[in-house]
Write a protein that binds this ligand. Structure first.
Ligand SMILES: [Zn+2]
Length: 111
């Protein structure tokens, strides 16, 4: 096919080709405007943090400060030791030969 014919055919058929679909929306937003609106939409739909970011920062700060202060190896928030026999706090117990004596059953003798 000669080059001239090719051009003629292309013009002939491109005249029949429909215009791009976006020309059907005359009130279509410009790219920059659309990008801004998209950003705003994303911002608005952002999932709220739980706990809120402010609280999280406070928690983080408190965690860091406590970990710095207790960097000697001992953690401050240690689980309170409980008696394995009665399940109560060891605090009320006294020991004999490294054995906890339950205050409720002081009559028992463990020798
Ligand atoms: Zn006990």
């Amino acid at each position: 096919m000669p080059e001239g014919d090719l051009k003629a055919v292309t013009e002939k058929y491109s005249a029949h080709a429909p215009k791009p679909l976006n020309t059907q929306f005359p009130d279509r937003r410009g790219k920059e405007e659309a990008v801004q609106l998209h950003a705003g939409r994303k911002k608005r739909m952002a999932t709220e943090l739980y706990p809120p970011a402010e609280e999280q920062e406070n928690l983080l700060a408190s965690c860091q400060s406590s970990s710095v202060s207790s960097s000697g190896g001992q953690t401050k928030k240690r689980k309170t030791p409980t008696c394995s026999k009665c399940g109560k706090l060891v605090k009320g117990h006294h020991r004999e030969n490294n054995v906890l004596i339950c205050p409720s059953s002081t009559s028992q003798e463990t020798d």
